[in-house]
Design a protein around this ligand. Sequence first.
Ligand code: FMN
Length: 130
Amino acid sequence: MLSQYLYISTAPNLSREEVDSILEASARNNPERGITGLLLYNGRNFLQLLEGEESALVALMVRIGNDPRHTGVSTLDRRKIEQRACPGWAMKRVIIAEKVAIRREQLERDLPEGLSEETRRIILNFATLN
Ligand SMILES: Cc1cc2nc3c(=O)[nH]c(=O)nc-3n(C[C@H](O)[C@H](O)[C@H](O)COP(=O)(O)O)c2cc1C
């Protein structure tokens, strides 16, 4: 049985390189652990969706919770899922457009279809906040 975790955290002013290095670690580690997901960064906060076997997710959440690059990791949702929303992505970086007016439209296009309505709404709200 697969699980899906959704959390937010705080990381003011991380450089592009630091965010890239998080994505590199994800690409390096997640495939062998059967973890997939997506990551958004708005310059102040992360939102990450993680999916995989419960034991792999619990172990990763411990590592992520101890990572000094962010604080205040707060789980918004944990649920069992029948199938992955992000099967092809070790960790997809979802870009938030500069222009507020086009953010929603762009995200509607970029977010995977298999997300629940509720999860999709949380991600859209996060990404369209200013
Ligand atoms: C917001 C955030 C998301 C992260 N997501 C992942 C992830 O999906 N997979 C992963 O292996 N590491 C992730 N990390 C990095 C881990 O905290 C840790 O630095 C990394 O797993 C160490 O990998 P290494 O032992 O290969 O260097 C994330 C870190 C942050 C701050």
